[in-house]
Write a protein that binds this ligand. Sequence first.
Ligand code: FAD
Length: 422
Amino acid sequence: MKEISSSDFELEVLSQSACVVDFYSTECPPCEAVAPKFESLHNLYGEHVHFVKIFRQGNKELATKLGVSSSPTLLFYKNGVRVGDQLSGGVKKSDIIKNLDLLITPDEVVKIKSGMKPSNTSHDVVILGAGPAALAAGIYLAQAKTDTLIIDTALPGGQVSTTHQVSNYPGFEEPIQGYMLGHHMSEQAKKAGVKFKVAVDVSHVDLIKKEIVIDEFETIKAKTIIIATGASPRKLNIPGEKEFKGKGLSYCATCDAKYFQDKEVIVIGGGNSAVEESDFIARFASKITMVHQFDTLTANKEAQEKILNNPKVKVLFQHEPRAFAKEGDKMVVTIEDLLTHETKKIAADGVFIFVGMSPNLDIFKEDLQKDKWGYILTDEDMHTNIKGVFAIGDVISKKYRQITTAVADGTIASIVIAKELG
Ligand SMILES: Cc1cc2nc3c(=O)[nH]c(=O)nc-3n(C[C@H](O)[C@H](O)[C@H](O)COP(=O)(O)OP(=O)(O)OC[C@H]3O[C@@H](n4cnc5c(N)ncnc54)[C@H](O)[C@@H]3O)c2cc1C
């Protein structure tokens, strides 16, 4: 693998029959996550594809010219022409492979795939998920000299990374940006000795055998598994929701509010998340219409007062959305008045949905005991009904889902596990 600078770009990239370029930065956790994947794929594809790395900060002009605005970014070239996807952020190995395969012949793909050898490793504890619950557990376990691996399908931080500001996590006098809090937690876990495999595909989990397969070929065994896969925004499951996700319809204000500067937005929901996130969206949008099923907001009193006093915000109480559509550039929401059952259409530039969360448990096929809402039941030590399997954080059945309660669960599980493993 070659490290090049912009002056070598013509020779090392454009003149090659097949080439992949990794624009990386220093002090960049997603770049650290991609580096071992790039290295291992270089060993497999290196005979057919030229692998190069370019330091983005040192080659800014070239990066800007190529539309590279974040690190890492991977670009793929065939005979000097860009092909495939521009991959950035938490880049998955399977996505790199998909794009590398575009650069070579089908015969070469078959030859490489037949050379892919399954790998086997084992650890005392494997934690699925890298949100606050997992990171707290990892810190305690590593400090107790327990060999611990954290696996996440995304980058570390969990939901905290997509929260614009956190003002109620002790230890920070001023509100801290969510992604920075996640970053501090994961760096602390790394320093304590926790190993990470992030932005991977979790292909299969066997909770009974304690076996996890990631990226299809890597089998990881554990003495104990902790489920810390958290929760994801609940879907409304109404027409148009799937179709317009990411095309005018979003579940993440931190990610997308900035695209609505001086524009009009509809927010679905009226609980804590909906109200707090609307407050954030109001920094950008010129007008927010909240659609809420009840006759009062259900967020905490302070947040309610703030949002109701914001002149940009109007709340349509006792209404529910029934369908999403697009007319020209506008998102159109059909809403039903729950008192009169009349429907009408309202339009805006974008829609945000904040109607609660549901647990991320699709990967688990075993009979985990759950409550009626689908969250995992544990005892007070965080044991599940399956021997050697613990569950912590937002994925478990409990009354309050917060960062503090997630890290508390992680703390309890890790102390119990360290004692049980001896
Ligand atoms: C918009 C918003 C604002 C919030 N604001 C606050 C706040 O101000 N203060 C506060 O205390 N709390 C807040 N919360 C709640 C808080 O973020 C959560 O309670 C906390 O993040 C839960 O931590 P967790 O580790 O249990 O799960 P999560 O943070 O959900 O992390 C779970 C992780 O598991 C990973 N994962 C999912 N499936 C798999 C799989 N199959 N294999 C491997 N990994 C997987 C996910 O990628 C994720 O990284 C907020 C939540 C939201 C959505």
